[in-house]
Design a binder for this molecule. Structure first.
Ligand code: OXD
Length: 308
């Protein structure tokens, strides 16, 4: 019996060290070190090369090393009868809170404009908004969305949330299903934190942008697959949207020739909003490995039918 790690970048050592520390009794292997593929009973993975899962016939549990699980469903070799898990971690939530707060404040205080003006040796004060006068809509009001909403509320923003099932968070109006248009019409900054599923692919498109107030700002810290890139460029060029901050892309790294790089009103960051940390999540992975062996219910299970 062994716990198998599979990662696109093969950066295994931090995970091996952290898992050994969490539970030295677990045999941790990688596709390179496993002797018999039949030994792997649980795998934790991040963007595994396509077809990986077919090589291991005894997998009972497959877990994502991150909060998102869309990479699991993108692989047709994902067995139908395994239990799927993801990580839920306070650090992932607080990192996301700080990142989105920084972007919202950066936007209302025009810091990107000053960075540009500095390059031109230009001193030019401009008007700014106060958080209390700005409504931020969190599209995807799950664990991370609620954490971000609570932080923005504490800073002073008006915060509203939308999710497919109703949520109740103190001081934050939450909208659901058929109230999407009302939610969008109030969102002066829209933060996408939705899971990527068949229903949410391409949701950040022309129709949605047209429902936002004139001059709205988009922050996408979920997945590149939520966004229709050309529709964003059009909405920025027509000035219906005033700008965007994008941390995630259809193809990562974002190809050098992608038009987003040339767009002055887009902030591009390399998928760093909230990075899963092996030391911080290995405890829950080790706990799940033991639970699997004891036939107990696992932590942070994913509902395969919903895709998150
Ligand atoms: C995640 C991510 O899903 O880093 O954890 O995007």
């Amino acid at each position: 019996m062994a716990l198998l790690l599979i990662r696109n970048n093969k950066d295994y050592q931090p995970w091996i060290d952290a898992l050994h520390k969490a539970d030295p009794s677990i045999e941790v292997v990688t596709p390179e070190t496993i002797k018999d593929p039949a030994d792997a009973t649980m795998a934790i993975t991040w963007k595994a090369p396509k077809g990986s899962y077919a090589k291991y016939p005894n997998l009972k549990v497959i877990g994502s090393m991150g909060a998102g699980v869309d990479h699991l469903f993108e692989d047709e070799s994902l067995p139908k009868d395994v239990i799927l898990t993801r990580v839920v971690d306070d650090k992932l939530a607080s990192d996301m809170q700080e990142f989105v707060a920084a972007l919202c404040l950066n936007h209302i205080r025009n810091l990107k404009t000053y960075a540009r003006l500095q390059k031109e040796n230009t001193w030019k004060p401009t008007d700014y908004k106060r958080a209390k006068d700005v409504t931020v809509g969190i599209l995807g009001f799950g664990t991370l969305g609620q954490a971000v909403g609570t932080m923005l509320k504490a800073i002073g923003f008006n915060v509203i949330g939308w999710s497919s099932s109703a949520k109740s968070v103190d001081g934050i109006n939450s909208y659901t299903e058929d109230e999407l248009d009302t939610f969008l019409s109030k969102s002066e900054i829209l933060v996408c934190l939705l899971p990527l599923t068949e229903n949410t692919k391409g949701i950040l498109n022309k129709d949605l942008f047209n429902k936002l107030p004139q001059g709205a700002y988009l922050i996408n810290v979920a997945r590149g697959g939520h966004l229709v890139d050309d529709d964003l460029i059009e909405a920025l060029n027509s000035e219906h949207l005033s700008g965007a901050a994008l941390d995630v892309f259809h193809n990562e790294p974002l190809p050098k020739e992608h038009p987003f790089w040339q767009q002055e009103n887009i902030i591009i960051t390399p998928h760093i909003a909230s990075m899963s940390n092996a030391a911080s999540v290995s405890g829950q992975v080790a706990e799940n490995y033991q639970r699997m062996q004891n036939g107990e219910k696992l932590l942070n299970q994913v509902q395969a039918i919903k895709g998150y």
